[in-house]
Design a protein around this ligand. Structure first.
Ligand code: BGC
Length: 762
C-alpha cells in the first residue's frame, strides 16, 4: 500500500478538489505526477454494465452475465449461493476492467409499488442484510470493490431526487438502516453510495449524522462514500457531511467551488484531506488487482441458471405440477418468446446470451407438442383477438402454460407503480384461458408482488419466476417439469390488495415529504399487527415434497443477552423426492417497554434433504436477536424477560415454539426527567425506589381532592371518573401541581430533588 499521507502532503489544493469529484461518468481523477491512477466503477447490481466510453452514461455496454435481480436472489435465502454470484461478478469486473461494482442495493421494500423493488432484497432488514453482506464478500474476495446503495431511506421512485423521507429514529435504526449496518459490519464494502432523497429534511448527500456519525464513526466504515449520480446539491455541505466522492464528472465549476471554500475558510482543509485519504485508499486498493483476462461465459450462464432455479417460488400448486405425460402443451404469452428477465434503468445489462423460455420448455417436453400464442401486446392496448386465439389453442391442449410478464411501462427504475395489477389484457387472458382449460399454470415475471385475487382461484398453479436473469428461461422449464424441485421462498409479503399495504395512506407523499407513518411496521410486521390476511405470506414457498419439523431445542433456557443462544430443530423430508427447505427463526418479545412487532426474523437456514432423510439445523441468536433500539437511550437495548422462539416454514406457518428467559447485562442510564409520567417513574427501578414510597399518599390526596369516596362511589369520584387512570399518565410534576397547597415544598423542587436522588443512585 502506498504512503497515502505523503501523497496527500504533496497534493495541491486543486488536485485534492479534483480528486473529490469524478473525472467522467465512471472514473476518478488520476494524478499522473504523483502516480495516482484512475479507478473505474460500473453498475450493478446483478451484472456488470460496463460502458466502454467512460464519458457515456449508458451507450453500448459490453456483454456481461445478467444474473437474476435481487427479488429472485433473496428468495433463494442462500447466502453461499449469493456469495458465489458475487465471486462471478467480481471475475467479470476483472475481465471488463471495472474496479468497483455499484451494488448491492439494501433498501427496504416499504411498499410493493416501489418501481425499483426488483433491485432490492426484502421487506425484512435481517434477510436483506445477510444477502447484501454475502454479496459484498463474494465480489470483494476477488479484489474488486462494491458500492452498498442507496443509503438511506430511498424507498420509492416518486420524486426520489428531492423528497424528504420523514422517518422516526427507531424505525430508521431497526428497519431502514439495519441491513446497511449488517452489511457494513460483516463485509466492509469499499464504497457506500448515498441516496438522492432527503432524510428528515436534509439531503442524504449532506447528512452528517447518516454519513459521518452513524456510518463512519459508529459502524466503523473504512471505505469512501460516493454520491448517487447527481445527488449532490451543495458540494461543500456534502464534504462537511461526510460525502467523499461526487459523481458523475467532470465538473470544473464544482472543483473551483471546493478550492474557493477552503481558501475563504468556509471549509476546513482537514475535511477535504480526510475525503482524499479515503478515496486514495480505495484507488490504490483497486490497483492491487490487475484487470485482465476473460470470464467464463458458459460457467456464469450456468450459475445464473442455478440461482434462478433456486429463487423461483412455487406459490400455488393443486397437484398439476410437475408436468408429466401431457401430449399437447399450449404455451401462451409473449414472455415465452421474449424473456422478461431484468428491470429497466441503470441496472440494465447487455446479456451474453438469453435463454428463450419457449425453446427451453420444448427442449424438456420430450414428445409433447407445443403450440404458442402471444396472448397480449407489448403496449397497454386491449386486443380481444389475441385472447381468442389463446383460448382456441388452450381448449384443445392438455395443459396451458401462461408466461405473464409485468411490462416495463408498469415497473422500472425511475417511476413507481400506481397499482398492483397486471394489465387488463393479461388478467382477461388468464381468466379466459382458465375458463376453458382447468390445467392452467401461470408463470409470472415481475420484480414485486402483483394482485391475483381476480384469477388465482381459477388456475391450477402459479410459479413466481421473478426477473430471473438471462438463464431464467431454463429454470422455469426445470421447475415445471420437475427437473428441479422448487425451494425458493418469498422475501416479501404478497398482499391481497393495495389498500392492505402498510404505507398505503402515506404513499407516495406530498408537498415534498413522505411520512413513514407505519413506523416499524412494514411487511409482515404490519400484517401481523393488523391481523390482515395476505395472499401469500413472507417466507412462503411450496415444494414437490413435504417437510416435518421436530425436536426443537434451545442450548439454554435462561441466558445472558451477551451470550445469546443456539436454536436447533430436526427437519425431515417426508415426501418421495429430494428437496430443500428454508427454516426460519422468528423472535417474539412477550413484554417490552416500547411497542414491538409480534415477531421478527432473526435467523434462517436452508437444508437439502433426500427422501426420508433428517438433518438437524442449528441457528445462533445473538444480542441483536433480542434487542430493540431505544431512542431515549440512543442505543440498542435488551430487557429482562421471556421471549418466544418461533421456528417456522413461513411467517404464517409456525411449526415449533419455545420460551426462553433473557437476562439483560446492560446497566442503562436513567432517562427520567421532569416530563416523566407517574407510570414511567414506577416502571424505572431507581424511580420506583425514590418515588414509590410516596405513591399511596399521592393517590389518597388525589382521590380526596376529586371527591373519591370508596364507600359512595367505589373508584369513581365526584366527576364520574377514576382520576388515577388519568393521573398515572401525567407527568409526576403535573400531578403534584394539583396538590401544591398540601405539599411541604413547590412541586418543581420536589421533582428536581427526586431526580437528583435518582441520578445519584448507582
Ligand atoms: C442510480 C444508481 C446507479 C447510478 C449510476 C443512479 O441513477 O440510482 O443506482 O448506480 O445511477 O448509473
Amino acid at each position: 500500500m502506498k504512503d497515502i499521507q505523503s501523497i496527500i502532503a504533496q497534493m495541491t489544493l486543486e488536485e485534492k478538489a479534483a480528486l473529490s469529484i469524478g473525472a467522467s461518468a465512471w472514473s476518478t481523477t488520476p494524478i499522473e505526477r504523483l502516480g495516482v491512477p484512475e479507478m473505474i466503477v460500473s453498475d450493478g447490481p446483478h451484472g456488470v454494465r460496463r460502458v466502454p466510453d467512460v464519458h457515456a452514461m449508458a451507450l453500448g455496454s459490453l456483454p456481461a452475465t445478467c444474473f437474476p435481480t435481487a427479488s429472485c436472489t433473496a428468495s433463494t435465502w442462500d447466502v453461499d449461493l449469493i456469495h458465489k454470484m458475487g465471486e462471478a461478478l467480481g471475475e467479470e469486473c476483472i475481465a471488463l476492467n471495472v474496479d468497483v461494482l455499484l451494488g448491492p442495493g439494501a433498501n427496504m421494500k416499504r411498499s410493493p409499488l416501489g418501481g425499483r423493488n426488483f433491485e432490492y432484497f426484502s421487506e425484512d432488514p435481517y434477510l436483506a442484510g445477510e444477502m447484501a453482506a454475502h454479496f459484498i464478500n463474494g465480489v470483494q474476495s476477488k479484489g474488486v470493490g462494491t458500492s452498498l446503495k442507496h443509503y438511506a431511506a430511498n424507498n420509492q421512485e416518486f420524486q426520489r431526487f428531492s423528497i424528504s423521507a420523514e422517518v422516526d429514529e427507531r424505525a430508521l435504526r431497526e428497519i431502514y438502516l439495519s441491513a446497511f449496518e449488517k452489511a457494513v459490519k460483516q463485509a466492509q464494502p469499499w464504497t457506500v453510495m448515498c441516496s438522492y432523497n432527503k432524510l428528515n429534511g436534509t439531503f442524504a448527500s449532506e447528512h452528517h449524522q447518516l454519513l459521518t456519525e452513524i456510518l463512519k464513526d459508529e459502524w466503523g466504515f473504512e471505505g469512501l462514500v460516493v454520491s448517487d449520480w447527481g445527488a449532490v446539491r451543495n458540494r461543500v455541505a456534502a464534504l462537511k457531511g461526510g460525502l467523499d466522492w461526487e459523481m458523475p464528472g467532470p465538473q470544473e465549476r464544482r472543483v473551483k467551488e471546493v478550492v474557493e471554500a477552503v481558501r475563504s475558510g468556509q471549509l476546513d482543509e482537514a475535511i477535504l484531506n480526510e475525503s482524499v485519504r479515503r478515496i486514495l485508499r480505495i484507488v490504490f486498493k483497486a490497483r492491487e488487482t490487475p484487470k485482465t483476462g476473460n470470464f467464463d461465459v458458459d460457467a456464469h450462464h450456468e450459475l445464473a441458471h442455478h440461482i434462478a432455479a433456486e429463487g423461483m417460488v412455487l406459490l400455488k400448486n393443486n397437484g398439476l405440477l410437475p408436468l408429466k405425460g401431457q401430449h399437447h402443451i399450449a404455451v401462451i404469452g409473449r414472455a415465452a418468446e421474449n424473456a422478461h428477465f431484468q428491470g429497466g434503468g441503470s441496472s440494465h445489462i447487455n446479456p451474453t446470451r438469453v435463454a428463450v423460455p419457449f425453446k427451453e420448455l420444448q427442449a424438456q417436453a420430450a414428445n409433447a407438442e407445443l403450440t404458442y400464442a402471444e396472448g397480449y401486446p407489448t403496449d397497454n392496448s386491449f386486443r380481444q383477438e389475441m385472447i381468442d386465439q389463446a383460448v382456441t389453442l388452450s381448449k384443445s391442449a392438455d395443459v396451458a402454460v401462461l408466461y405473464i410478464a409485468l411490462p416495463t411501462f408498469k415497473e422500472s427504475e425511475g417511476y413507481d407503480r400506481t397499482d398492483l395489477d397486471l394489465t387488463d389484457q393479461q388478467v382477461a387472458l388468464i381468466k379466459a384461458v382458465a375458463k376453458v382449460q382447468p390445467n392452467t399454470v401461470v408463470v409470472l415475471n415481475n420484480g414485486a408482488p402483483v394482485a391475483m385475487s381476480a384469477w388465482i382461484d381459477d388456475v391450477a398453479a402459479v410459479l413466481e419466476g421473478w426477473m430471473m436473469g438471462q438463464a431464467g428461461g431454463i429454470a422455469i422449464a426445470d421447475v415445471l417439469f420437475g427437473k428441479v424441485n422448487p425451494c425458493g421462498k418469498l422475501a416479501e409479503t404478497f398482499p391481497q390488495k393495495l389498500s392492505d399495504t402498510p404505507s398505503h395512506i402515506n404513499w407516495p407523499g406530498e408537498a415534498g415529504k413522505v411520512h413513514y407513518g407505519e413506523g416499524l411496521f412494514i411487511g409482515y410486521r404490519y400484517y401481523d399487527a393488523k391481523e390482515i390476511p395476505v395472499l401469500f405470506p413472507f417466507g412462503h414457498g411450496l415444494s414437490y415434497t413435504t417437510f416435518e419439523y421436530s425436536n426443537a431445542k434451545v442450548s439454554t433456557q435462561s441466558f445472558k443477552d451477551t451470550d445469546g443462544l443456539t436454536v436447533s430443530v430436526d427437519v425431515t423430508n417426508t415426501g418421495k423426492i429430494a428437496g430443500k427447505e428454508i427454516v426460519q427463526v422468528y423472535v417474539h418479545d412477550q413484554k417490552s417497554t416500547l411497542v414491538r412487532p409480534q415477531k421478527e426474523l432473526k435467523g434462517f437456514a436452508k437444508v437439502a434433504l433426500q427422501p426420508g432423510e433428517t438433518k438437524t439445523v442449528s441457528i445462533q441468536l445473538d444480542f441483536r436477536a433480542f434487542a430493540f433500539y431505544h431512542p431515549e437511550y440512543k442505543q440498542w437495548i435488551t430487557e429482562d424477560g421471556d421471549f418466544d422462539i418461533l421456528i417456522a416454514a413461513s411467517a404464517a406457518d409456525i411449526r415449533q415454539s419455545m420460551t426462553v428467559t433473557l437476562q439483560s447485562t446492560l446497566s442503562l442510564p436513567c432517562v427520567l426527567d421532569v416530563e416523566s409520567t407517574v407510570r414511567e417513574w414506577l416502571a424505572d427501578p431507581r424511580g420506583k425506589a425514590v418515588f414509590g414510597p410516596y405513591y399511596a399518599q399521592m393517590e389518597a390526596e388525589a382521590r380526596k381532592m376529586f371527591g373519591g369516596d370508596e364507600e359512595r362511589y367505589g373508584n369513581e369520584g365526584a366527576i364520574g371518573m377514576d382520576i388515577m387512570e388519568m393521573f398515572n399518565d401525567m407527568p409526576l410534576f403535573s400531578v403534584l401541581m394539583f396538590q401544591a397547597a398540601s405539599l411541604p415544598a413547590h412541586p418543581e423542587e420536589i421533582v428536581s430533588g427526586m431526580l437528583q436522588q435518582v441520578h445519584n443512585m448507582p
